[in-house]
Write a protein that binds this ligand. Sequence first.
Ligand code: UDP
Ligand code: MG
Length: 321
Amino acid sequence: MERLAIVVPCYNEEEVLKIASKALREVLADLIGKGKIAPDSFILFVNDGSRDRTWELIEEEHRQYPGQVCGVKLAANVGHQFALTAGLVTAKDMSDVTVSIDADLQDDVSVIEEMIDKFHEGCDIVYGVRRERKTDTFFKRVSAQAFYRLMDLMGVKTVYNHADFRLMSKRAVEEFSRYKETNLFLRGIMPLIGYRTDSVYYDRKERVAGKSKYPLKKMLALAFNGISSFSVKPISLILGVGMLILCVSALAAVYALISYFTGHVVPGWTSLILSIWFLGGLQLLAVGLVGLYIGKIYIEVKERPRYNIEQVLRADREKEM
Ligand code: UDP
Ligand code: MG
Protein backbone atom coordinates (compact mmCIF):
# COMPACT_ATOMS: atom_id res chain seq x y z
CA MET A 1 0.00 0.00 0.00
CA GLU A 2 1.18 3.53 -0.72
CA ARG A 3 2.50 5.87 1.88
CA LEU A 4 0.79 9.27 1.74
CA ALA A 5 2.37 12.56 2.74
CA ILE A 6 0.10 15.56 3.23
CA VAL A 7 2.22 18.66 2.67
CA VAL A 8 1.08 21.85 4.40
CA PRO A 9 2.91 25.18 3.96
CA CYS A 10 2.47 27.40 7.02
CA TYR A 11 3.28 31.05 7.47
CA ASN A 12 2.22 32.61 10.77
CA GLU A 13 -0.50 30.03 11.24
CA GLU A 14 -0.45 29.62 15.03
CA GLU A 15 -4.24 30.05 15.21
CA VAL A 16 -5.00 27.23 12.80
CA LEU A 17 -2.12 24.81 13.19
CA LYS A 18 -3.62 22.57 15.88
CA ILE A 19 -7.01 22.57 14.17
CA ALA A 20 -5.44 21.67 10.85
CA SER A 21 -3.31 18.96 12.42
CA LYS A 22 -6.33 17.39 14.08
CA ALA A 23 -8.47 17.49 10.94
CA LEU A 24 -5.72 16.01 8.80
CA ARG A 25 -4.87 13.31 11.33
CA GLU A 26 -8.50 12.30 11.25
CA VAL A 27 -8.38 12.08 7.47
CA LEU A 28 -5.26 9.91 7.68
CA ALA A 29 -6.80 7.63 10.30
CA ASP A 30 -9.94 7.25 8.21
CA LEU A 31 -8.04 6.40 5.03
CA ILE A 32 -5.73 4.02 6.89
CA GLY A 33 -8.78 2.35 8.41
CA LYS A 34 -10.31 1.89 4.97
CA GLY A 35 -7.06 0.36 3.76
CA LYS A 36 -6.51 3.03 1.11
CA ILE A 37 -3.11 4.23 2.30
CA ALA A 38 -0.22 2.76 4.27
CA PRO A 39 -0.36 2.94 8.09
CA ASP A 40 2.83 5.00 8.21
CA SER A 41 1.35 7.85 6.16
CA PHE A 42 2.01 11.28 7.64
CA ILE A 43 1.50 15.05 7.59
CA LEU A 44 4.44 17.27 6.70
CA PHE A 45 4.15 20.84 7.96
CA VAL A 46 6.49 23.29 6.28
CA ASN A 47 7.21 26.31 8.41
CA ASP A 48 7.88 29.14 5.99
CA GLY A 49 9.94 31.36 8.30
CA SER A 50 6.98 32.23 10.51
CA ARG A 51 7.46 34.96 13.08
CA ASP A 52 4.90 33.59 15.50
CA ARG A 53 4.76 30.28 17.40
CA THR A 54 4.00 28.14 14.34
CA TRP A 55 7.23 26.15 14.53
CA GLU A 56 6.92 25.52 18.28
CA LEU A 57 3.43 24.19 17.66
CA ILE A 58 4.68 21.92 14.88
CA GLU A 59 7.38 20.58 17.22
CA GLU A 60 4.75 20.01 19.87
CA GLU A 61 2.51 18.11 17.48
CA HIS A 62 5.48 16.04 16.33
CA ARG A 63 6.33 15.13 19.92
CA GLN A 64 2.76 14.15 20.58
CA TYR A 65 2.19 12.25 17.33
CA PRO A 66 5.70 11.29 16.20
CA GLY A 67 4.47 8.83 13.59
CA GLN A 68 1.93 11.09 11.99
CA VAL A 69 3.23 14.65 12.18
CA CYS A 70 6.54 15.68 10.64
CA GLY A 71 7.93 19.12 9.99
CA VAL A 72 10.30 21.04 7.80
CA LYS A 73 11.64 24.34 9.00
CA LEU A 74 12.72 26.87 6.40
CA ALA A 75 15.31 29.33 7.60
CA ALA A 76 13.47 32.34 6.20
CA ASN A 77 10.16 33.25 4.61
CA VAL A 78 10.37 32.32 0.94
CA GLY A 79 6.70 32.50 0.01
CA HIS A 80 3.98 29.94 -0.51
CA GLN A 81 5.23 28.54 -3.83
CA PHE A 82 8.75 27.82 -2.63
CA ALA A 83 7.62 26.58 0.75
CA LEU A 84 5.35 24.11 -0.99
CA THR A 85 8.13 23.04 -3.32
CA ALA A 86 10.46 22.46 -0.38
CA GLY A 87 7.79 20.34 1.26
CA LEU A 88 7.03 18.29 -1.85
CA VAL A 89 10.67 17.61 -2.63
CA THR A 90 11.31 16.57 0.98
CA ALA A 91 8.20 14.41 1.08
CA LYS A 92 8.89 12.56 -2.14
CA ASP A 93 11.83 10.70 -0.61
CA MET A 94 9.69 9.55 2.30
CA SER A 95 6.44 8.70 0.56
CA ASP A 96 4.80 7.32 -2.58
CA VAL A 97 2.18 9.99 -3.07
CA THR A 98 1.68 13.55 -1.81
CA VAL A 99 -1.30 15.82 -1.29
CA SER A 100 -0.65 19.54 -0.85
CA ILE A 101 -3.14 21.66 1.03
CA ASP A 102 -3.23 25.07 2.73
CA ALA A 103 -3.06 25.22 6.50
CA ASP A 104 -6.26 27.24 6.81
CA LEU A 105 -8.52 24.33 5.79
CA GLN A 106 -10.30 26.40 3.15
CA ASP A 107 -10.01 23.40 0.91
CA ASP A 108 -12.27 20.49 1.69
CA VAL A 109 -10.21 17.75 3.35
CA SER A 110 -12.93 15.18 2.67
CA VAL A 111 -12.11 15.06 -1.06
CA ILE A 112 -8.62 13.74 -0.29
CA GLU A 113 -10.21 10.29 -0.29
CA GLU A 114 -11.53 10.88 -3.79
CA MET A 115 -8.05 12.03 -4.84
CA ILE A 116 -6.55 8.82 -3.48
CA ASP A 117 -9.17 6.78 -5.35
CA LYS A 118 -8.22 8.52 -8.61
CA PHE A 119 -4.58 7.88 -7.81
CA HIS A 120 -5.35 4.18 -7.43
CA GLU A 121 -7.11 4.33 -10.80
CA GLY A 122 -3.80 5.41 -12.28
CA CYS A 123 -3.75 9.22 -12.17
CA ASP A 124 -0.46 10.90 -11.33
CA ILE A 125 -1.83 14.38 -10.72
CA VAL A 126 -5.29 15.07 -9.32
CA TYR A 127 -6.38 18.72 -9.20
CA GLY A 128 -8.68 19.98 -6.48
CA VAL A 129 -11.02 22.38 -8.27
CA ARG A 130 -13.33 24.86 -6.55
CA ARG A 131 -16.89 24.45 -7.62
CA GLU A 132 -18.07 27.89 -6.56
CA ARG A 133 -16.52 30.86 -4.89
CA LYS A 134 -19.41 31.86 -2.71
CA THR A 135 -17.19 32.48 0.31
CA ASP A 136 -14.77 34.73 -1.54
CA THR A 137 -15.32 38.45 -1.69
CA PHE A 138 -16.74 39.93 -4.90
CA PHE A 139 -13.37 41.52 -5.60
CA LYS A 140 -11.45 38.25 -5.21
CA ARG A 141 -13.91 36.45 -7.48
CA VAL A 142 -13.71 39.02 -10.25
CA SER A 143 -9.95 39.42 -10.03
CA ALA A 144 -9.46 35.66 -10.08
CA GLN A 145 -11.66 35.31 -13.15
CA ALA A 146 -9.81 38.10 -14.93
CA PHE A 147 -6.58 36.37 -14.03
CA TYR A 148 -7.56 33.02 -15.55
CA ARG A 149 -8.86 34.79 -18.67
CA LEU A 150 -5.62 36.73 -19.05
CA MET A 151 -3.49 33.63 -18.54
CA ASP A 152 -5.47 31.93 -21.27
CA LEU A 153 -4.97 34.87 -23.63
CA MET A 154 -1.25 34.82 -22.93
CA GLY A 155 -1.08 31.17 -23.86
CA VAL A 156 -0.39 29.78 -20.37
CA LYS A 157 -2.23 26.56 -19.70
CA THR A 158 -3.75 26.39 -16.21
CA VAL A 159 -6.59 24.48 -14.64
CA TYR A 160 -9.50 26.86 -14.09
CA ASN A 161 -10.28 27.51 -10.41
CA HIS A 162 -7.57 25.21 -9.17
CA ALA A 163 -5.19 26.57 -6.57
CA ASP A 164 -2.51 24.45 -4.94
CA PHE A 165 -4.69 21.71 -3.48
CA ARG A 166 -3.58 18.70 -5.46
CA LEU A 167 -2.39 15.13 -5.33
CA MET A 168 0.91 14.24 -6.97
CA SER A 169 2.44 10.82 -7.28
CA LYS A 170 6.08 10.31 -6.42
CA ARG A 171 7.11 10.25 -10.06
CA ALA A 172 5.16 13.45 -10.78
CA VAL A 173 7.00 15.22 -7.96
CA GLU A 174 10.27 13.79 -9.20
CA GLU A 175 9.57 15.15 -12.67
CA PHE A 176 8.50 18.47 -11.21
CA SER A 177 11.76 18.73 -9.27
CA ARG A 178 13.57 18.91 -12.63
CA TYR A 179 12.02 22.35 -13.20
CA LYS A 180 14.78 24.49 -11.83
CA GLU A 181 13.34 27.95 -12.39
CA THR A 182 13.44 30.55 -9.66
CA ASN A 183 10.33 32.36 -10.91
CA LEU A 184 8.07 29.60 -9.81
CA PHE A 185 4.39 29.34 -10.66
CA LEU A 186 3.39 25.79 -9.75
CA ARG A 187 -0.03 25.88 -11.39
CA GLY A 188 1.55 26.64 -14.74
CA ILE A 189 4.10 23.86 -14.47
CA MET A 190 1.72 21.02 -13.56
CA PRO A 191 0.09 20.77 -17.02
CA LEU A 192 3.57 20.64 -18.58
CA ILE A 193 4.56 17.53 -16.65
CA GLY A 194 2.13 15.31 -18.48
CA TYR A 195 0.93 11.92 -17.18
CA ARG A 196 -2.69 11.10 -16.56
CA THR A 197 -4.51 13.79 -14.62
CA ASP A 198 -8.00 14.26 -13.26
CA SER A 199 -9.92 16.69 -11.09
CA VAL A 200 -12.09 16.47 -8.00
CA TYR A 201 -14.58 19.20 -7.15
CA TYR A 202 -15.35 20.85 -3.82
CA ASP A 203 -16.73 24.02 -2.29
CA ARG A 204 -14.18 26.36 -0.86
CA LYS A 205 -14.82 27.39 2.71
CA GLU A 206 -13.86 30.33 4.88
CA ARG A 207 -10.56 30.27 6.68
CA VAL A 208 -11.01 28.42 10.02
CA ALA A 209 -9.04 31.10 11.84
CA GLY A 210 -6.50 33.83 11.31
CA LYS A 211 -6.16 36.27 8.43
CA SER A 212 -5.21 35.70 4.81
CA LYS A 213 -1.47 35.72 4.19
CA TYR A 214 -2.10 36.71 0.59
CA PRO A 215 -2.73 40.44 0.55
CA LEU A 216 -3.45 42.17 -2.77
CA LYS A 217 0.23 42.93 -3.29
CA LYS A 218 1.21 39.26 -3.09
CA MET A 219 -1.76 38.27 -5.27
CA LEU A 220 -0.73 40.69 -8.01
CA ALA A 221 2.87 39.52 -7.76
CA LEU A 222 1.72 35.92 -8.18
CA ALA A 223 -0.42 36.82 -11.20
CA PHE A 224 2.35 38.79 -12.85
CA ASN A 225 4.83 36.03 -12.10
CA GLY A 226 2.47 33.48 -13.61
CA ILE A 227 2.31 35.34 -16.89
CA SER A 228 5.87 36.58 -17.13
CA SER A 229 7.34 33.19 -16.22
CA PHE A 230 5.47 31.36 -18.89
CA SER A 231 4.87 33.67 -21.74
CA VAL A 232 6.81 36.05 -23.96
CA LYS A 233 3.57 37.23 -25.55
CA PRO A 234 3.84 40.73 -24.04
CA ILE A 235 7.05 41.15 -26.03
CA SER A 236 5.48 40.05 -29.30
CA LEU A 237 2.70 42.51 -28.55
CA ILE A 238 5.26 45.33 -28.68
CA LEU A 239 6.48 44.05 -32.02
CA GLY A 240 2.91 43.87 -33.31
CA VAL A 241 2.07 47.38 -32.17
CA GLY A 242 5.28 48.66 -33.80
CA MET A 243 4.35 47.09 -37.11
CA LEU A 244 0.83 48.47 -36.87
CA ILE A 245 2.04 52.01 -36.20
CA LEU A 246 4.51 51.79 -39.05
CA CYS A 247 1.62 50.89 -41.37
CA VAL A 248 -0.45 53.73 -39.97
CA SER A 249 2.49 56.04 -40.59
CA ALA A 250 2.20 55.28 -44.30
CA LEU A 251 -1.44 56.36 -44.20
CA ALA A 252 -0.52 59.42 -42.15
CA ALA A 253 2.07 60.28 -44.81
CA VAL A 254 -0.56 60.20 -47.54
CA TYR A 255 -2.86 62.35 -45.45
CA ALA A 256 -0.11 64.83 -44.55
CA LEU A 257 1.04 65.15 -48.15
CA ILE A 258 -2.48 65.72 -49.42
CA SER A 259 -3.00 68.39 -46.76
CA TYR A 260 0.32 69.94 -47.72
CA PHE A 261 -0.49 70.18 -51.42
CA THR A 262 -4.02 71.45 -50.85
CA GLY A 263 -2.36 74.16 -48.81
CA HIS A 264 -4.30 74.06 -45.54
CA VAL A 265 -1.33 73.56 -43.23
CA VAL A 266 0.91 75.53 -40.94
CA PRO A 267 4.50 75.46 -42.26
CA GLY A 268 6.55 72.67 -40.65
CA TRP A 269 3.56 70.53 -39.68
CA THR A 270 3.96 68.00 -42.48
CA SER A 271 7.56 67.13 -41.74
CA LEU A 272 6.88 67.02 -38.01
CA ILE A 273 3.87 64.73 -38.20
CA LEU A 274 5.61 62.41 -40.67
CA SER A 275 8.65 62.03 -38.39
CA ILE A 276 6.54 61.43 -35.30
CA TRP A 277 4.56 58.59 -36.83
CA PHE A 278 7.42 57.00 -38.67
CA LEU A 279 9.99 57.20 -35.89
CA GLY A 280 7.49 56.10 -33.26
CA GLY A 281 6.59 53.03 -35.27
CA LEU A 282 10.19 52.26 -36.09
CA GLN A 283 11.26 52.52 -32.45
CA LEU A 284 8.54 50.20 -31.22
CA LEU A 285 9.38 47.74 -33.97
CA ALA A 286 13.04 47.81 -33.00
CA VAL A 287 12.30 47.38 -29.28
CA GLY A 288 9.99 44.48 -30.09
CA LEU A 289 12.63 42.85 -32.25
CA VAL A 290 15.27 43.12 -29.54
CA GLY A 291 12.65 41.85 -27.13
CA LEU A 292 12.09 38.74 -29.23
CA TYR A 293 15.72 37.80 -28.81
CA ILE A 294 15.63 38.54 -25.09
CA GLY A 295 12.53 36.37 -24.94
CA LYS A 296 14.47 33.50 -26.49
CA ILE A 297 17.34 33.97 -24.06
CA TYR A 298 14.85 34.03 -21.23
CA ILE A 299 13.27 30.77 -22.29
CA GLU A 300 16.68 29.16 -22.78
CA VAL A 301 18.15 30.13 -19.43
CA LYS A 302 15.29 28.38 -17.69
CA GLU A 303 16.77 25.07 -18.83
CA ARG A 304 13.46 23.41 -18.33
CA PRO A 305 13.24 19.74 -19.12
CA ARG A 306 12.05 19.50 -22.70
CA TYR A 307 10.18 16.24 -22.33
CA ASN A 308 9.11 13.73 -19.78
CA ILE A 309 9.46 10.09 -20.81
CA GLU A 310 6.70 8.24 -19.07
CA GLN A 311 7.44 4.74 -20.17
CA VAL A 312 9.85 2.86 -22.39
CA LEU A 313 8.79 -0.34 -24.05
CA ARG A 314 11.67 -2.62 -24.74
CA ALA A 315 11.82 -5.72 -26.88
CA ASP A 316 12.54 -7.76 -23.82
CA ARG A 317 9.41 -7.38 -21.69
CA GLU A 318 11.38 -8.05 -18.52
CA LYS A 319 13.32 -4.84 -18.96
CA GLU A 320 10.24 -2.65 -19.15
CA MET A 321 10.59 0.50 -17.08
N1 UDP B 1 1.84 30.79 3.04
C1 UDP B 1 3.20 30.49 3.10
N2 UDP B 1 4.11 31.49 2.90
C2 UDP B 1 3.73 32.79 2.65
C3 UDP B 1 2.33 33.08 2.56
C4 UDP B 1 1.42 32.05 2.75
O1 UDP B 1 3.60 29.35 3.32
O2 UDP B 1 4.59 33.65 2.50
C5 UDP B 1 0.86 29.68 3.25
C6 UDP B 1 -0.19 29.96 4.30
O3 UDP B 1 0.27 29.59 5.58
C7 UDP B 1 -1.34 29.07 3.84
C8 UDP B 1 -1.19 29.07 2.34
O4 UDP B 1 0.13 29.52 2.05
O5 UDP B 1 -1.20 27.73 4.30
C9 UDP B 1 -2.21 29.95 1.64
O6 UDP B 1 -2.24 31.23 2.21
P1 UDP B 1 -3.59 31.99 2.56
O7 UDP B 1 -4.61 31.02 3.06
O8 UDP B 1 -3.25 33.10 3.49
O9 UDP B 1 -4.02 32.56 1.15
P2 UDP B 1 -5.53 32.75 0.59
O10 UDP B 1 -6.26 31.47 0.81
O11 UDP B 1 -6.09 33.88 1.36
O12 UDP B 1 -5.33 33.07 -0.86
MG1 MG C 1 -6.45 30.52 2.47
